[in-house]
Write a protein of this length. Sequence first.
Length: 157
Amino acid sequence: MLNIKSSRKNQRVIKKIEDTPNAIRTGVRFALYNIGKDLVDIATEEMRKPKSGRWYTTKVGKQGSRLKKPRRYRASAPGEAPAVVTGKLRRSLDFKVKGWNYMSFRAGNNEAFYAAFLENGTSKMAARPFMSTAVDKIESNATNYFEIEVSKQVNKS
């Protein structure tokens, strides 16, 4: 146990020591936020890359009261991130930081309910991973985010 006697000379040091746990929590929270942003950016980038699957013709969405003109697009091959056709899946990518020790990264909502089917595959379709690919790519930078953000907050207090 460390006992420090408070005096005018060391008041600032004592305050910094007392504030360190809060600064660490704040730094971890900032790091999680930055990691979440990067995960969404990387997954989006993976979806935008050129694909090597089959070519399809589709009429997606409506234009006024009639269907849009047919459009050709190239689907993703097994193992590639999903191709962007409507953009619903890409727009559904999101993350949330809760407290200082929890972050969730997710895709899919009512419109893009199929996110898990693409990520994991089904009995009739091979997986098109995009979230796990993003997690694998950010893993090496995650430690750096924690070091940078925690040291910023500790030095600030």
